[in-house]
Design a protein around this ligand. Structure first.
Ligand code: RIB
Length: 309
């Protein structure tokens, strides 16, 4: 039986320009290539979970336009249940403008469009889907009240809620207590732990976040790997050495794979090892959903080193 994963989040069309470096304010840089691919943190995580072997339902909003239609068709090809995707009239499907530098780093601006219409009223229509899930996975590219609403419904029904708090945003303290697992990167962790804009190391950030009532915290640290605080257990996971072409959606790939592994009964360290591999493969390819590997691609890819102490 495939685990039932419900992903609630954004769907974007990504317009990607390859540039030598990320342009500074006021600077015009000549790029090399241009691509249009499916993106959006929610959609990327739904696709990653489906490619990892999950039975995925994606709750989202798209516009009544060609981009929205293309997105739905692409999700269906990945076997995702798209019956909970709302088509909103007179707004555009979300768009992300992405610069990808030769170093693999990116800068992203998002015009949310229809994503801003994913409100609690829509969620209410799909309450039964949420309550029938093994895990609910969310991010922060949709209205925050929707994230809070879902967290309350799922927590009340004892459904694990995983939040990838990206893009960085503060979360209501009462809602933090409803979350089973949060998966920030270093910047998001620093904001959640209350010390932004100062940097804090992962150990302090994770402990501070856990004090707010979240059971487990995984801080992703790019090519350095991941840090995990699960109850009293600490895990440090080395990054895998690959040649990065484009880091877009590496975090999304990590989250999609992670929740499927957890829902399949794997321990957090086991799940992180798999998610790390998938994310490492994704950075060797261009684009968001275009870069997310299928589970069979992970089998022979890497030897990982996990240290648990
Ligand atoms: O996490 C990567 C995603 O962020 C991109 O696909 C883009 O759409 C933005 O949402």
């Amino acid at each position: 039986m495939k685990p039932k994963i419900t992903v609630i989040g954004s769907s974007n069309t990504d317009m990607i320009c390859r540039v030598p470096s990320i342009p500074k304010p006021g600077e015009t840089l000549m790029g090399t290539d241009f691509f249009t691919v499916q993106g959006g943190k929610g959609a990327n995580q739904a696709v990653a979970a489906a490619r990892a072997g999950g039975d995925v339902t994606f709750i989202a909003c798209v516009g009544n336009d060609a981009f929205g239609q293309q997105a739905i068709e692409a999700y269906q090809k990945d076997g995702i249940n798209t019956s909970c995707i709302q088509i909103v009239n007179e707004v555009a499907t979300g768009v992300a403008l992405i610069n990808v530098a030769d170093s693999g780093e990116n800068s992203i601006s998002v015009a949310p469009g229809a994503n801003a219409h994913l409100l609690p009223e829509t969620i209410e229509k799909y309450r039964d889907i949420i309550l029938g899930s093994d895990i609910v996975l969310m991010q922060l590219e949709i209205p925050i009240e929707t994230v809070y609403y879902v967290a309350r419904i799922a927590h009340a029904a004892k459904i694990p809620v995983v939040l990838n708090p990206a893009p960085a945003q503060k979360i209501d303290k009462e809602v933090m207590k409803l979350l089973t697992l949060v998966t920030p990167n270093e910047h998001e962790a620093s904001l959640l732990s209350g010390c932004w804009p100062e940097a804090r190391d992962e150990t302090e950030s994770a402990a501070e976040i856990q004090k707010q009532g979240v059971k487990s915290v995984i801080i992703t640290t790019g090519n350095k790997g991941a840090y995990c605080l699960d109850g009293n257990n600490i895990g440090v996971f080395e990054g895998l050495k690959v040649k990065a072409i484009d880091t877009t959606a590496a975090g999304d790939t990590f989250n999609g794979y992670l929740v499927v592994e957890i829902a399949n009964g794997k321990s957090l360290p086991q799940a992180i090892e798999v998610a790390n591999k998938a994310a490492a493969i994704s950075v060797t390819r261009m684009g968001a959903q275009s870069s997310i590997p299928y589970a069979n691609e992970l089998l022979s890819y890497f030897e990982t080193k996990a240290h648990y102490f």
